[in-house]
Write a protein that binds this ligand. Structure first.
Ligand code: ACM
Length: 540
């Protein structure tokens, strides 16, 4: 890393950024880019070399990516013998010690990608993709113009991410998105070198993951009778039954698909609040003998799991199935927006407060979260929770996702807890991205422009260097109350997620809004070919 920084220093002195990136338009911007004379032309003699059979999946991914070139020789030969010319070489290097680091070298003879791990190689492939003509994005060869020169500029790239945790979130509960869309979303995250997909699977408005021991979670909890029309407060409903869920087979398919793209899927199973759908299916886990229903409007609801032994057994059973499906070290247990009114009124909840010597209902929430943390720890997993989990005392090993601004994250980092910054002002992609004129589609409100996202700095000034190490990364959140379709998700998420990818990956002193906007135009060309419904406010 030190050598890399030294090299970088020399590089900045000799070449101005504008010159340096004339041809190289990669997002997120690599740490070190040095353009060379010459280029490499892909032709029908190309073969992909792998230094180890472990790289076969990355080679196949690359092979699929090059499909648009539509050579006679497709699929491309994958070989363990390195030819003298016309190669793309993928090689694991024991000299590269950071897991996600890679180097990429293009000469007249071929392309060499080295990485310390399969993930590094994969990120190198994503950079190579952005060195190729944008037409490489075609998946239908009949649409590729036949005069394309598949030329790659000669270059040396050395690259390493700034943050370990680079996340995007998707709420599939307020609206449900089919497997094919979730895969497409993961494809775009991979393109911009994200490595975490936070999948928000349970909510008041729908439970979206099959749990075999509790089939009513999806039979009943997966469906609502109606949905609010227009913004909150209209009082108008569409009267249409709405829902859906992912079978465990589909979940496995998505987790494997993401893993092939070096993205870990973190499931979120909300508790103790945001649980109306679960309680509609199994009212015995609420505090009152009343009718619970799957919510048809948005907001925060009073219905909450009762902290009874029966509820803990239920949640442990659910989590047992969840951890079988998700290899992720982290399991997100929610913890946000849990009103305490029902606990104040419930004799069962009050007995637990007394039995455990707790001060109040906030401490009861902490007791609840700590029990779940202990259970997950016993299975070798760690919890992430929204910053409300700090209110009655923070569970000992919890990672805090700071969303109500940064103060929760700052406090948690000072206490020595890992933190993921996702403050709503800059990281909530359900907000408007331009002044809400008549042309902007309906949204939850707020205004978070592309420049707001690009300008976000995940490490707050209040933290010392030592404390700052606890900020492991940041994430963009896509809550879908007002996103009824995949096309709308794309409109809200892109290009904001693209701007955030650079915040997460690139050195902070290399961030430059004007140059980013230039590079963004090239990425827009790619997204056009991929048919992405991104927001075009800054399309030139
Ligand atoms: C949240 O936005 N309620 C985490």
């Amino acid at each position: 890393m030190k050598t890399l920084l030294l090299l970088l220093g020399t590089f900045i002195l000799t070449i101005s950024p504008l010159q340096a990136f004339q041809n190289i338009q990669i997002i997120p911007k690599p740490v070190l880019v040095s353009e060379k004379p010459g280029s490499f032309n892909l032709n029908e003699n190309l073969s992909i070399y792998i230094s180890s059979d472990d790289l076969r999946s990355e080679a196949e991914f690359l092979n699929d990516l090059l499909f648009a070139t539509n050579w006679k020789g497709y699929p491309i030969i994958i070989s363990d013998v390195l030819p003298k010319t016309d190669f793309i070489s993928l090689s694991l290097s024991s000299e590269i010690d950071h897991d996600e680091t890679y180097s990429l070298s293009v000469t007249n003879q071929g392309v060499t990608i080295s990485g310390g791990s399969r993930a590094g190689i994969f990120f190198g492939i994503q950079s190579l993709r952005q060195l190729l003509p944008t037409e490489i994005e075609h998946t239908d060869p009949s649409l590729v113009p036949n005069n394309i020169n598949w030329e790659i500029p000669a270059v040396e790239i050395s690259d390493v991410p700034r943050f370990e945790y680079r996340g995007m979130h998707l709420d599939v509960a307020r609206h449900f998105f089919p497997v094919e869309f979730v895969k497409r979303y993961i494809d775009f995250l991979a393109m911009y070198k994200y490595n975490r997909f936070h999948w928000h699977l349970t909510e008041d408005q729908g439970w979206r993951i099959e749990i075999k021991k509790y089939p009513k979670l999806t039979e009943i909890g997966g469906w609502r009778d109606s949905t609010l029309i227009g913004n909150y407060g209209t009082g108008k409903y569409d009267g249409i039954r709405y829902g859906g869920f992912y079978t465990q087979e589909e979940v496995k398919e998505i987790v494997a698909y993401a893993a092939d793209r070096h993205i870990t899927v973190i499931p979120e199973i909300e508790m103790p609040g945001h649980s109306s759908a679960a309680l509609a299916a199994y009212p015995e886990f609420g505090c009152f003998d009343k009718e619970y229903s799957v919510a048809t409007t948005w907001g925060v609801f009073e219905d909450i799991y009762c902290p009874s032994e029966a509820t803990f057994s239920f949640l442990e059973d659910v989590l047992d199935e969840v951890i079988e499906l998700f290899p992720s070290e982290y399991i997100h247990i929610g913890g946000d927006e849990a009103p305490k009114k029902q606990w104040e009124e419930s004799p069962i909840a009050q007995q637990v407060i007394e039995r455990e010597g707790l001060k109040d209902e906030h401490e009861l929430q902490s007791y609840f979260i700590e029990r779940i943390e202990q259970y997950l720890n016993s299975k070798g997993r760690q919890i992430i929770g929204w910053d409300e989990i700090m209110e009655g005392g923070l569970a000992p090993g919890a990672t805090v996702m700071s969303w109500r601004g940064e103060s929760g994250g700052i406090e948690a980092a000072k206490m020595g807890h890992d933190v993921i910054m996702t403050p709503n002002a800059s990281n909530y992609f359900d907000h408007f991205q331009a002044e809400p004129t008549i042309e902007e589609p309906i949204s939850i409100g707020g205004l978070t422009t592309l420049q707001d996202v690009y300008g976000y700095e995940p490490v707050p000034e209040e933290l010392s260097e030592e404390e700052a190490k606890y900020v492991i990364g940041s994430q963009g959140n896509v809550w879908t109350e007002y996103m009824h379709s995949g096309a709308k998700v794309e409109y809200m998420a892109f290009p904001r997620a693209i701007a955030l990818s650079e915040v997460l990956w690139s050195p902070v002193d290399q961030r430059n809004w004007e140059l980013f906007l230039e590079r963004l135009q090239v990425t827009f060309d790619r997204l056009d070919i991929l048919g992405v419904n991104y927001a075009k406010h800054l399309r030139k």
